[in-house]
Design a protein. Structure first.
Length: 326
């Protein structure tokens, strides 16, 4: 089941409830300060009060949710039989990835969130309290690196926008620890920047060497065929609410979140999918699309005269899996 990139109704209602009497101007200022600290490598350290946590959630939850939803959709498309009952959300923050996973996998029964920021953890539990799926979730205090050893294995482990907060050796240690906890699958999402791509590439290489299989976005376990300055990333468009526009100081009613992810599994995927690496160029005579295939990067040109193939290629979107007809 493919899930929508927009916040679930229960989460939206919980956030709206928190918004009552909350100054949009104050939220915008707090959000800007948190964003500046985050970009400077300070992680979530600037989130110290309930108001900070709420400002952060209002500013970032919609885009983070959209990126996680797209990544989980890509995994379920390649591994449709995956039905995790347990989830570990590493560096969970306000619980965004857990909400997306609960939507993507009706099979989920047990959810554990791990994060060092006590303020964000309180908000996560308050938002989850009235949820039909997450009301029983557990939040474990502690940083993503140090506390994983004490956590039980989970069928699915998700880490969204967290490894960038760590140094290189810490990233390698966290990667190994997360894979050790993942009974069936691990999904890691990072910002769609060259630096985010480099982190995902390093993690992918490390875990392939440890025996992992890549379900998405790559159709192979070979080294990434892209050559600098090119890098792999995707984009998810999501609508902006009025409150979100006010907090972000934005005019347009939508936002494009650029992200990069990798979904790894313990067993090899039953199918391999060619991946659309950029928005296809739709011309009058043909459609040209940059694809990642099992053999490497290819520029596919689909002529209009081949009506069936052309109609199929017209539906391709950036990030789509193109599964070969058997």
């Amino acid at each position: 089941m493919m899930i929508a990139p927009t916040l679930p109704a229960e989460l939206k209602a919980a956030l709206d409830g928190k918004l009552q009497g909350f100054s949009r101007t104050d939220a915008a200022q707090r959000s800007q300060k948190i964003s500046t600290t985050y970009r400077a490598g300070g992680g979530s350290g600037a989130i110290k009060s309930e108001a900070d946590a709420l400002a952060y959630a209002l500013a970032r939850m919609p885009a983070t949710y959209a990126a996680v939803a797209a990544s989980l959709n890509a995994l379920t498309e390649i591994a449709p039989d995956l039905a995790p009952e347990t989830l570990l959300d590493v560096g969970a923050g306000p619980g965004t990835a857990s909400w997306a996973a609960a939507e993507a996998f009706p099979s989920l029964q047990d959810v554990t969130l791990l994060d060092a920021n006590a303020t964000l953890s309180r908000l996560a539990l308050e938002l989850a309290r009235d949820s039909s799926r997450l009301a029983e979730c557990r939040y474990l205090p502690g940083d993503a690196g140090g506390n994983l050893a004490e956590v039980s294995q989970a069928d699915l482990v998700v880490a969204s926008y967290v490894i960038g907060e760590l140094g290189e050796s810490e990233q390698r240690a966290l990667t190994a620890a997360m894979w050790a906890k993942a009974r069936h699958a691990l999904v890691v999402i990072e910002p769609g920047t060259p630096a985010g791509y480099a982190r995902i590439l390093a993690l992918r290489q490390q875990l392939i060497a440890a025996g992992a299989f890549v379900a998405a976005p790559c159709p192979h376990e070979r080294p990434c065929p892209l050559v600098a300055p090119d890098w792999c990333h995707f984009s998810q468009r999501l609508p902006r609410s009025q409150a979100h526009r006010q907090i972000k100081g934005a005019e347009v009613p939508f936002e494009d979140e650029r992200f990069i992810y990798v979904a790894l599994t313990r067993t090899p995927p039953a199918t391999r999918a060619t991946r659309v690496l950029a928005p296809p160029d739709v011309g009058k005579a043909e459609i040209a699309a940059k694809l990642c295939t099992e053999e490497g990067v290819a520029l596919a040109k689909v002529p209009r005269r081949d009506k069936a193939a052309y109609a199929s290629a017209r539906r391709w979107r950036w990030g789509d899996a193109v599964i070969a007809e058997s």
